[in-house]
Each structure stands twice: as structure tokens, then as C-alpha cells.
Design a protein around this ligand. Structure first.
Ligand code: UTP
Length: 239
């Protein structure tokens, strides 16, 4: 297979907890700086960004569950929140980034022909914005998915609770599935490093996943550019 050109698209998925920390002033600063970075990165390559719902989505889902909404209705509530975050980021970026987040992978691919970055939230009930990012990457033949989280990579245990947890620099898809995802029971509320649909989609498409912390912007930019970065790369061969 021939190597992908340097300007191959990149898909970035950002967790909602980075966008809504619970502190308004902090979030305002984060949106400002993150949008400025995306604007720069998006000029150099086609860039698509999916925004997560974080605690705001979970709060609405909890409220809805208490009101007896169905699982699909709860997912749709979650999607609305992810789209709210996409709107905020897209509006801060300004034209040509579409102000109305595309509602499907197909729409996002079409929008990328005219604008970069393109920002969207969730699309279909039953998965998450990580899954959307992976589906988009497969459609776009992206060079990588960069998953921006509040932890700086994938660890063998939750580093917030286990100070001796070890970060993996590299993992194969198999190691991620067996060692990391397999260790969790799959019960609601567990925090997977990246959702299963996303893992399966990227493994099939042979597109690497780079997991990186969202607070160090220079490092984040290196991950998007395909340079050495601090975090975890998951790929077919783990290299
Ligand atoms: P997120 O993508 O934010 O999921 O979507 P998450 O795992 O909670 O990610 P973080 O915490 O932001 O990193 C929030 C919820 O919205 C619904 C799901 O219920 C999901 O848990 N959703 C989102 C969908 O049903 N489909 C989508 O495409 C996206």
C-alpha cells in the first residue's frame, strides 16, 4: 500500500469533560485557545472535529432516565448536547466552518469539501462521538484519529485513582481490546478509552488512533501533525 500524502485528512475527537469542566472562566479560555489551534491545524490539512457531551450530557440523560424516557430518547438527548458543544466551537471558529453542525457522517464529508475544520457532534443513537470520529476517518481515508482526553494517554489502570498506573506509549488493537477494554465489564458509566465501535472501525480500516491529553496544546498539535508526541498510539503493529 502506498504511503498517504502529508495532507491526508485527520479526525480529532474531543471529550466533553475538557469543554465543560464545571468552571465557566476556565471553559471560556479553553474554547478560545482550542478554536485558535484548530483554525491553524485546519488550514494545513482537511480536519474534522467531533465534540463530546461530557457531564452535561450525562446530567440530561440521568434526568431523562428518571422521567422514564427510552434508551433511544436518552441517546438523542445526549446527541443534542454534543451538538451544542459543536455549535459553540464552530461559531467561535467562524466561516467557512459551518455554523450548523452536520447531522451525519455523509454531511460532514460533504462539508469538508468546502471548509476545514468541520465540527460536529453525535449522529445516531447507540454510539458516541468517538464512534462518529472513527466512521468519518474510515470514510475520509484519514491518516489518523486523534482522541483528545483529560488523561494524557491510555494507562493500565485509572491514573487518577492509581498513582502507580503506567501509560502505554504504543498498543496494538489486539492489546487494547484484550488488555484494556476486556478488563472493563461494559457496565454503564465505565470510562472506556475509546468506544468499541470506534476501535473496531479503526482496526478494520488500519487507521491509527493517537490518544493525547487536551491541556498541552503544543503536544496536541504534534499528535495531529504526526510528529512525536506524549500519549498513546494504537495501531495494527503498535508502532
Ligand atoms: P459522548 O460522545 O460525549 O459520549 O456522547 P461519552 O462517552 O460520554 O464521552 P465524553 O464523556 O464526552 O468523553 C454522550 C452521549 O450521547 C449519546 C450517547 O448516549 C452518549 O453516551 N450519543 C452521542 C449517541 O447516542 N450517538 C452519538 O453519535 C453520540
Amino acid at each position: 500500500m502506498s504511503p498517504r500524502p502529508a495532507s491526508a485528512p485527520v479526525v480529532l475527537s474531543i471529550g466533553g469533560s475538557l469543554l465543560r469542566s464545571g468552571e465557566l472562566a476556565r471553559d471560556r479560555e479553553y474554547f478560545r485557545r482550542f478554536a485558535a489551534l484548530l483554525g491553524r491545524l485546519g488550514r494545513a490539512r482537511p480536519l474534522v472535529v467531533t465534540t463530546g457531551g461530557g457531564r452535561t450530557a450525562r446530567e440530561y440523560i440521568e434526568l431523562g432516565r428518571g422521567l422514564g424516557l427510552t434508551e433511544i430518547e436518552l441517546d438523542e438527548l445526549g446527541i443534542e448536547v454534543t451538538r451544542l458543544h459543536a455549535r459553540l466551537l464552530a461559531a467561535r471558529l467562524g466561516p467557512p466552518t459551518p455554523a450548523h453542525p452536520p447531522a451525519s457522517v455523509r454531511e460532514a464529508v460533504a462539508a469538508l469539501a468546502h471548509a476545514s475544520p468541520v465540527v460536529l457532534g453525535g449522529t445516531e443513537p447507540g454510539h458516541t462521538t468517538d464512534g462518529v470520529a472513527a466512521l468519518l476517518a474510515a470514510r475520509l481515508r484519514a491518516s489518523a484519529v486523534v482522541n483528545v482526553t483529560d488523561v494524557d494517554g491510555i494507562y493500565d489502570a485509572d491514573p487518577r485513582r492509581h498513582p502507580r498506573a503506567r501509560r502505554f506509549d504504543r498498543l496494538t488493537w489486539e492489546e487494547l481490546r484484550v488488555g484494556v477494554l476486556g478488563a472493563a465489564s461494559g457496565a454503564a458509566g465505565q470510562n472506556f478509552p475509546f468506544d468499541r465501535l470506534g476501535v473496531d472501525t479503526l482496526a478494520r480500516a488500519k487507521i491509527p488512533l493517537r490518544v493525547v491529553g487536551g491541556r498541552d496544546f503544543a503536544n496536541l498539535a504534534r499528535a495531529v501533525r504526526g510528529h512525536r508526541f506524549v500519549g498513546t498510539t494504537v495501531s495494527e503493529r503498535g508502532t
